[in-house]
Design a protein around this ligand. Structure first.
Ligand code: VGL
Ligand code: ZN
Length: 200
């Protein structure tokens, strides 16, 4: 059998779905709610169905801060308190249908360091390599922080990255941040796709 082409959008062994930070605090009603963040949930559920039907792995990341994390305003950081370990705000959306086999990656859990990339200090690269993963299909929250920084690191580490354009939303602290993040990811070599392209 011929080696599958790394750029072929057709799912293949070595592909992973990376569901990023679909946590209550980033969703409507949460302390750092992302505009229209809830819209990613049904779309991600569709991707989850596609990947699990093909027996491909699903990883799910969560922002997992201790109380008084350095990224919080009380410590001079940019954000309101959010995604504190063990709180309702840090839980995955109950509408997200993660499979029981999903590998959960917790990030930014050190009090004095922030981490927007899911690779930073999590061991995710090692876990993905051990699982034979070569291509990452990334969606979730937020386009301009975790998705952007994780994509940058993934590309640097040699993975192929497909950004799920229909399953991401931006914080947009500055209007246009999400659009610029998408442009940067594309410039760095990520490919933007939508569910219709792989569901066929
Ligand atoms: C994130 C804002 C604050 C993210 C984390 O994971 O995208 N954004 N903390
Ligand atoms: Zn955070």
């Amino acid at each position: 059998m011929a080696t599958p082409n790394q750029d072929d959008i057709k799912l293949q062994l070595g592909d992973v779905l990376l569901v990023t930070d679909v946590q209550n605090d980033f969703l409507p009603g949460g302390s750092l709610a992302v505009a229209r963040g809830g819209e990613v949930v049904p779309v991600l559920n569709r991707y989850i169905d596609i990947f699990t039907a093909r027996k491909l792995p699903v990883f799910a990341t969560r922002d997992w801060h201790p109380a008084h994390h350095c990224s919080f305003r009380e410590r001079g950081g940019p954000w309101p308190p959010h995604c504190m370990q063990g709180t309702h705000g840090a839980e995955f959306s109950s509408a997200l249908r993660l499979p029981p086999s999903a590998v959960v990656i917790s990030k930014a859990s050190t009090p004095d360091e922030d981490a927007y990339s899911s690779f930073l200090g999590t061991g995710m690269d090692g876990q993905m390599r051990a699982a034979g993963i070569r291509r990452i299909f990334i969606g979730g929250l937020t386009t301009d922080y975790c998705v952007l920084n994780t994509t940058r690191d993934a590309l640097r580490l040699g993975y192929r990255v497909f950004v799920l354009a229909d399953a991401i939303r931006a914080v947009d602290v500055q209007p246009g941040d999400g659009r610029r993040a998408l442009e940067e990811m594309a410039r760095l070599g990520a490919r933007c796709i939508t569910a219709g392209e792989i569901a066929a």
